[in-house]
Design a protein around this ligand. Structure first.
Ligand SMILES: Cc1ncc(COP(=O)(O)O)c(C=O)c1O
Length: 430
């Protein structure tokens, strides 16, 4: 047995033991380590067991799990325990023990991501991390330009524009190909960078919140480096939904979320700055000029929710128990279940390609000729009120608005069947 496999088994066993020690619930069993994720993804008995760890609304089938992730019950119970403890012990705990308790959590995250612990800093979400990176990016001059695409996140697009404006730099907005292929995405960036030699800073969204398109970040980062361009990577939706380490992205600046796909309570994310690149991002405005050399000095949140951060360890236990690769395979499998049934329907476009490198679990669709926000809002409303399936519309792709479907671990094949039936019925109407 190789070392990684042994460590995975050890982690899963430790996580199962830790849940067994939790007060009220039976411990979920780890997935059998000798089976491949693609095989485990189809094991309904196993996933029924995992889905039973989530308390979710019965009002609707929720396929809008992209906003944030429901905590599994053991994680929520841990959050309650931490909240009780912090509230009871107040500053007696926070002033004397909190940071010592948090340091191993930071180290654990660094190990999982393949980073040094001083390269990552806790934030309250991806937004805080990305705004610190974009807003603090120092090297722009009035001779430079920044670049982003139509699929990047709204507020981070605006931050790129504001930062450019401050520096007197230009803004270049590109459009992602639709439908996309691995090569057409790379070619889009190749041409955009070659045609705009003044670009100095590029925003890349690993998995688009609009369509679900997963772009080949590592290849684009390498390409950009060849043009002397720095990349800020928005990994808000990717870590946890897919399984990767920072080296797989190759980027120097990344913003992560822990409350979407890692399943932590809301209010936790990470900023990553590669060692040696700290000077390229301004320290937080609250820092004095001396002692500002660390990534740590780029974030200053003030008093945060201690329990939220203490629960990260428990969220990671549950994440490890399921297994990052199994989780990614299951979410992608649920996506395939509805997409495979509708991919050939000429009345709609599925906005992520079949190429497994280019999607994870999120996938949006657009009914042909129905690209307005109003139409897509109406489709979402119809799916919810007439068919009991909750989704969300997304505006912003150059080819028009769409409807996003985001399955997660508690969704089932029966939910996917209900979704497909609902979509067929809506297609007949719109
Ligand atoms: C692509 C992307 N980036 C950044 C964010 C911001 O994440 P948060 O609001 O959790 O900070 C989101 C949130 O949905 C997102 O989808």
């Amino acid at each position: 047995m190789n070392v990684t496999r042994r460590l995975v088994m050890k982690g899963a066993a430790a996580a199962a033991a830790s849940f067994a020690a939790a007060p009220s619930q039976a411990a979920p069993a780890p997935a059998p380590a000798q089976r491949l994720p693609g095989d485990i993804a189809r094991d309904e008995a196993y996933w029924r067991h995992i889905a039973a760890q989530y308390d979710v609304t019965g009002d609707v089938v929720n396929f809008e799990n992209g906003y944030w992730g429901v905590m599994a019950r053991p994680v929520m119970e841990a959050f309650f325990r931490h909240t009780e403890k912090v509230n009871r012990d107040n500053s007696w705990y926070a002033r004397r023990s909190y940071y010592a308790d948090l340091q191993p959590v930071q180290q654990r995250l660094a190990n999982m991501l393949g980073a040094n612990d001083d390269e990552i800093v806790f934030t309250r979400g991806a937004t805080e991390a990305l705004l610190a990176l974009v807003g603090g990016y120092r090297s722009l001059t009035s001779d430079d330009a920044v670049m982003y695409s139509d699929l990047d996140y709204d507020s981070i697009q605006t931050a790129m524009e504001t930062r450019a404006e401050q520096a007197g730099a230009a803004v270049i907005r590109i459009e992602m190909p639709e439908p996309a292929t691995h090569e057409s995405i790379l070619e889009t960036y190749r041409q955009a960078l070659a045609g705009n030699p003044s670009v100095r800073l590029l925003l890349l969204t690993h998995i688009s919140h609009r369509t679900g398109l997963k772009i080949p970040v590592r290849e684009i980062v390498e390409l950009a480096r060849g043009f002397g361009v720095d990349c800020i990577v928005d990994a808000a939706h990717s870590w946890g939904q897919t399984d990767f380490r920072i080296d797989d992205l190759g980027a120097d600046f990344i913003g992560f979320n822990l409350h979407k796909w890692i399943g932590n309570p809301i209010g936790a994310g990470l900023l990553y700055i590669r060692r040696g690149r700290e000077a390229d991002i301004s320290p937080n405005i609250s820092e004095r000029p001396d002692g500002t050399g660390k990534a740590f000095h780029r974030i200053h949140t003030g008093t945060t929710n201690f329990a939220t951060f203490l629960t990260i360890n428990d969220a990671l236990d549950f994440h490890d128990l399921v297994g990052a690769a199994n989780k990614a395979a299951r979410i992608a499998h649920l996506r395939d279940l509805w997409v495979n049934d509708l991919r050939d329907d000429p009345r709609l476009d599925i906005l992520t390609p079949e190429d497994q490198r280019l999607h994870a679990g999120i996938t949006s669709f657009r009914i042909r000729g129905r690209g307005s926000v109003t139409e897509n809002k109406a489709i979402v409303e119809k799916l919810a009120t007439a068919h009991g399936v909750f989704t969300t519309h997304r505006a912003g792709p150059a080819n028009g608005a769409c409807v996003r479907i985001t399955p997660t671990l508690y969704n089932t094949p029966a939910h996917c069947v209900q979704l497909v039936g609902a979509l067929r019925s809506v297609l007949d109407e719109f």
